[in-house]
Design a protein around this ligand. Structure first.
Ligand code: ALL
Length: 326
């Protein structure tokens, strides 16, 4: 197999990798000015926080796919420094437009704020595919754009996790929710899924707050929830990083009863925590395949501009400590 040339590009606040360029073709930065000459389509994957293992898995999956299809396309991998680095993600879209890529496959950090930049990309003739976190339908309509979404049903995924947690709790128990960034559609959907599951089992959500998808914030927020409501029997976190923050808060709270923790993503650290009995369950939305689905769809649309543009639902599965054989 042909060696894939890999360029690690460190910009001030972002990291980008160009894969599949023939030697000497990279432009020396994420915009890769000379890379178009190979004749292969160039696809830019724009993710969110590279500090989150969910996105490292996504990047790895995309890179492996590109390596196996090196004759078909080139891949530029980008991400931002932390979950809230919204303006940097907008800037990345602009950079990819300037670089003249053929497609942008994006997991937007915010469901509304990215829409205008993506509209500009479409206007420039770039195929845009929305993965992972769905863009806001109303804003898309206002901007007069239609962008296909490839990703899971987050509400259903969270409901599966919540339903499983409910089997371990008694009716009337008190629980808390750690929400994702409130302007992200998937975060909101997960909260709704948790709420639906708790309501169905007669379990009371006594606190619900955003910890911005981040571990350290989740640690702080969960600690204050536990001190205010020491009766809490479980914490439902909208992603695994926040679940890990909650686990640490539970450990230092030193309560006289166990506090169950569930998350969403199935990252390696949470799989370990599940084996150790610190996390009860999570949801696997197959992050490693998510970008690949988007890339394959982008390739299809690049090849056939008449191809039907439609949303595609991807799988999301409940993962419990029992599945891991512990
Ligand atoms: C979402 C993902 C993950 C992730 C979160 C943090 O879009 O689906 O659950 O943990 O972003 O950026």
């Amino acid at each position: 197999m042909k060696t894939v040339q890999r360029l690690l590009l460190l910009a001030t606040l972002a990291m980008g990798t160009v894969l599949g360029c023939a030697p000497g073709e990279n432009g020396g930065n994420a915009t890769g000015s000379g890379a178009a000459d190979s004749g292969k389509p160039r696809i830019a994957l724009i993710m969110k926080s590279l500090a989150n293992d969910f996105f490292s898995a996504m990047a790895k999956g995309a890179e492996e796919h590109q390596a196996a299809h090196a004759g078909e396309y080139e891949l530029i991998v980008n991400g931002i420094k932390d979950e809230r680095d919204l303006s940097r993600q907008v800037a990345l879209v602009e950079e990819m437009i300037a670089a003249g890529v053929d497609a942008i496959v994006i997991a937007p950090a915010d469901s509304k704020a990215l829409v205008p930049a993506l509209r500009r990309a479409q206007k420039a003739g770039i195929v845009v595919i929305n993965i992972d976190n769905r863009l806001d339908q109303e804003v898309l309509e206002q901007e007069g754009v239609s962008i296909p979404f490839v990703g899971p049903d987050n509400k259903a995924g969270a409901k599966k996790v919540g339903d499983y947690l409910a089997t371990k709790l008694e009716a009337g128990a008190a629980v808390a929710v750690l929400e994702g960034i409130r302007t992200s559609f998937n975060g909101t959907q997960r909260r709704l899924g948790f709420e639906e599951a708790m309501k169905a089992a007669d379990i009371n959500i006594v606190a619900s707050q955003s910890a911005q998808w981040e571990m350290s914030q989740a640690n702080t927020v969960a600690a204050s929830m536990l001190s205010e409501h020491p009766e809490i029997k479980a914490i439902l976190a909208a992603n695994d990083n926040m679940a890990l923050g909650a686990v640490a808060a539970v450990q230092s709270a030193g309560l006289d009863h166990p506090v169950l923790v569930v998350g969403f993503d199935n990252i390696p650290a949470v799989r370990e925590a599940m084996k150790e009995g610190k996390v009860l369950a999570t949801a696997d939305q197959h992050g490693d395949k998510l970008a690949v689905y988007g890339i394959e769809y982008a390739l299809k649309l690049i090849e056939d501009s008449e191809a039907e543009v439609e949303d595609r639902e991807t799988p999301v599965d409940l993962i419990t400590a029992e599945d891991l054989g512990e």
